[in-house]
Design a binder for this molecule. Structure first.
Ligand code: HEM
Length: 511
């Protein structure tokens, strides 16, 4: 008699059936999943109802707070392969980060793409920047490159971020996004002009996640073995080419499918059509560059490619879908403060603000021990004296280390500091007053005007129409202020917005 047969005869399940057995999380078999325990079959229910209470209590807690921004997202696993070079030079000239050193060196990655403003199930066709966050699981620990598809941002000082997001989120009274509030904030923050010139053009609605660019947006640094630093910008270029949507095309998709980008990414990877991006850097010496008409630390500016060429450093391929959306995508946690040796922060005020915000929100959103979750955990040695807290899953104590010692220093075989073998990067600062001031070279309009002039006629039409469509909801004084900003970017830009706005107001609807 087989073991299965024997087990059946004994009234037990065979090994092959056990896999399908429904149990509680305590491992107890569930024999009736249809009825709770009640006093008689008409109730009332009794408190000794563990199976029911566990099921409902867990259901009640199925959501963690969604991200305050970038709530709607899709993710995938993959690999980054280094070229070993930065353009034609060895990577080591500029950075000692191990993942870039050798040609063909592979580093596993997890990527999350997202939209910014609206909630977890909002349409993926909305005009919005797209998040492009990459977690590199390097041998020196994790590096998160948390970027967007567009190369610049709306504001340049982190203290403005909550106001900026509040203006774009739904109105706190009636819970609808309101172009009047959006334009109110924009009209009082002229540094947004360059970004909105991109955003209201077709670039504001990427066709999908596979065919969009990515950018670190903020300025970072690279540090080499000698401890010398340069300023860098990161850019991802999709090998499938860039594809954007007009407003009408987006509306046609949205009428039938509000998950099109998630669907596109998932089905492409399932079909073996793996999305790929090449990673480029732009490099500048680490100083203020007074010869430029912008500050290299200003994230509202593009570094002109003619002066600062895009240098290829590697290629990324996404080749595996998550097995579980919540566990891997929803709980993934990225932060611009997460870097490895050979990479550094610049003094970019937005970047410094960001380095605090992400891990702070993740401790609240996912929990104190979010870094123990598989998608967030480093795939290298981890040894810490951090203990306890909500959802502690394991001890970060490797075999051979005394588990009684959760402090350092200790002479009882606890964790010890790692000897420093690289030259420490120690930037120096000239004596300066601590102030609350904007940077000097704001130059809010020039690159916006250049961008406008670079568009083809159909793109200009799209831009003007999309801007007027949002601007029509604003009060006349705000409209006037915005028109003045557009004139400062470019005479033709201002005139066409002014005319379109008049036309829209007269018609009462947008064409
Ligand atoms: C001071 C300015 C900024 C602040 C304070 C800020 C803050 C945040 C916060 C709190 C989150 C939610 C993180 C989470 O819950 O896991 C987030 C997500 C994100 N932010 Fe920012 N952000 C800022 C600017 C930017 C900029 C300039 C970019 C583009 C380079 C950017 C790209 C992203 C991306 C891609 C995500 C989603 C990450 C993911 O997929 O989980 N943010 N940001």
């Amino acid at each position: 008699m087989s073991q299965d047969q024997q087990a059946k005869n004994n009234g037990q399940a065979g090994a092959s059936q056990v896999a399908h057995h429904l149990t509680t999380r305590q491992g107890q078999p569930v024999h009736n999943n249809q009825s709770m325990r009640t006093l008689g079959n008409r109730g009332p229910a009794v408190m000794e109802n563990y199976q029911f209470l566990e099921k409902i209590a867990h259901f009640d807690r199925e959501r963690v707070p969604e991200r305050v921004v970038h709530a709607r997202g899709a993710g995938a696993h993959g690999v980054f392969e280094a070229y070993g070079t930065v353009g034609k030079e060895p990577a080591s000239t500029y950075t000692r980060a191990k993942l870039f050193q050798e040609k063909g060196k592979q580093t596993p990655v997890f990527v999350r793409f997202s939209t910014v403003i609206h909630g977890g199930h909002s349409p993926e066709t909305l005009r919005d920047p797209r998040g492009f966050a990459v977690k590199f699981y390097t041998e020196d620990g994790n590096w998160d490159l948390v970027g967007n598809n567009l190369k610049i941002f709306f504001i340049r000082d982190a203290i403005k971020f909550p106001d900026f997001i509040h203006a774009l989120k739904p109105d706190p009274v009636h819970n609808r996004q309101d172009g009047g509030r959006v334009m109110d904030f924009f009209s009082n923050s002229p540094e947004v002009m360059h970004m909105i010139t991109w955003l209201f053009s077709p670039w504001g609605i990427p066709a999908n996640y596979r065919q969009m660019q990515g950018s670190g947006v903020n300025t970072f640094k690279w540090v080499n073995k000698a401890g010398e630093a340069v300023l860098v910008k990161y850019h991802w270029e999709p090998l499938a080419g860039v594809k954007n949507l007009t407003q009408k095309e987006a509306e046609a998709i949205q009428a039938k499918n509000f998950n099109h980008a998630t669907e596109d990414l998932y089905t492409a990877i399932e079909a073996g059509n793996y999305p790929q991006w090449e990673l480029f850097v732009q490099i500048m010496s680490d100083d203020e560059h007074p010869e430029l008409d912008f500050d290299p630390l200003d994230d509202t500016k593009i570094w002109p490619a003619e002066q600062f060429p895009w240098l290829p450093v590697g290629k990324m391929t996404l080749n595996r879908n998550p097995e579980n959306y919540f566990a891997e995508v929803e709980q993934s946690a990225f932060g611009p403060g997460v870097i490895v040796d050979g990479l550094e922060f610049s003094d970019d005020k937005m970047l410094i603000g960001r380095t605090f915000s992400y891990s702070d929100t993740q401790r609240y959103r996912v929990g104190t021990n979010y870094l123990q979750l598989p998608v967030n955990a480093a795939k290298t040695h981890v040894g810490t004296n951090q203990r306890d807290g909500n959802m502690t899953y394991k001890l970060d104590v490797p075999a051979g280390v005394n588990p009684h010692v959760n402090y350092e220093p200790s002479s009882l075989n606890g964790l010890r500091e790692v000897p420093q073998t690289t030259v420490v990067y120690e930037p120096t600062y000239a004596a300066a007053k601590i102030v609350r001031q904007s940077i000097d070279r704001t130059n809010n309009y020039q690159q916006a005007g250049e961008r406008y002039r670079s568009f083809e006629e159909w793109e200009k039409e799209e831009l003007i129409s999309n801007l007027a469509d949002t601007l029509k909801a604003a009060q006349p004084a705000i409209q006037q202020r915005m028109v003045e900003h557009f004139y400062q970017c470019d005479e033709d830009y201002g005139r066409r917005i002014e005319e379109k706005l008049k036309e829209v107001k007269e018609a009462g609807v947008i064409a």
